[in-house]
Design a protein around this ligand. Structure first.
Ligand SMILES: Cc1cc2nc3c(=O)[nH]c(=O)nc-3n(C[C@H](O)[C@H](O)[C@H](O)COP(=O)(O)O)c2cc1C
Length: 217
């Protein structure tokens, strides 16, 4: 058995870490750049094999790459609460596709955790394909259900829990360090780049017992 590589020496880990860092929330897209249903299916296909509490696999998905339905979904979504003077993406920069996530909460001991794992898996997969993604938890349930054709009795046992908006990115996103003021709110700079402050490793890794190599920030 080969010894695991240290993170600093592993190209695979470097690529993985770059994917995670690059997969920032995207809210402005090239709406005219279509996303195929095959792409959405491939993303759901990765999500369906994610870890799941008691392996109950309570999540279900609805995929949409149809411009007319997309237009019906869009008004029910709430964008970027911290950007007070921005009302969401304009025509032409709206998502080209959606994946709605539904959940049969009765069957699962861990529905929210399963949801987070699946959503991040889809967002990472989207980034690997050159797509941007915004997880949207603030939306009008009834409106999105109707827009996607999920308002029928055969889906009544499923809660609509998250909408993933997808498309080719049309905005620059930058990871920043949280400053001394502790402000975690994202903002845009004068050039329109979107800045996302993240807490430092030393502020989130509270304890690190043991010896060996340590990472310098
Ligand atoms: C569970 C969840 C719900 C979210 N809901 C929304 C939302 O309704 N609207 C929105 O614009 N962004 C939403 N976001 C995106 C967050 O605002 C974003 O993750 C956060 O600002 C950090 O940026 P980052 O994803 O680039 O790290 C949501 C993210 C998560 C994880």
């Amino acid at each position: 058995m080969t010894k695991p590589q240290s993170p600093a020496q592993s190209p695979d880990f470097a690529a993985f870490a770059q994917t995670v860092r690059g997969a920032r929330t995207c809210r402005r897209f090239r709406e005219s750049a279509a996303v195929s249903l095959a792409t959405l299916q491939a993303l759901v296909d990765t999500a369906r094999v994610c870890p799941s509490g008691a392996n109950r696999q309570p999540l279900r998905y609805a995929a949409c790459a149809d411009p007319a339905r997309n237009a019906a979904v869009f008004p029910h979504l709430r964008w970027a609460a911290y950007l007070k003077d921005w009302g969401g993406p304009l025509p032409g920069e709206r998502p080209a596709a959606y994946i709605a996530v539904l959940c049969d909460k009765k069957g699962s001991p861990t529905p929210e955790i399963d949801l987070g794992i699946a959503a991040q898996t889809i967002q990472l997969g989207a980034h690997a394909l050159g797509l941007g993604c915004c997880m949207i938890g603030a939306f009008d349930r009834d409106g999105v259900r109707a827009a996607l054709g999920l308002d029928t009795p055969n889906f009544a046992n499923l809660d609509l829990v998250l909408v993933l908006a997808l498309g080719v990115p049309a905005e620059t996103r930058v990871l920043d360090a949280v400053g001394d003021d502790g402000d975690i709110r994202y903002h845009r700079d004068a050039d329109g780049a979107h800045h996302v402050p993240k807490r430092s490793l030393s502020s989130v890794l509270l304890l690190a017992h043991g010896g060996g190599d340590v990472m310098t920030e």
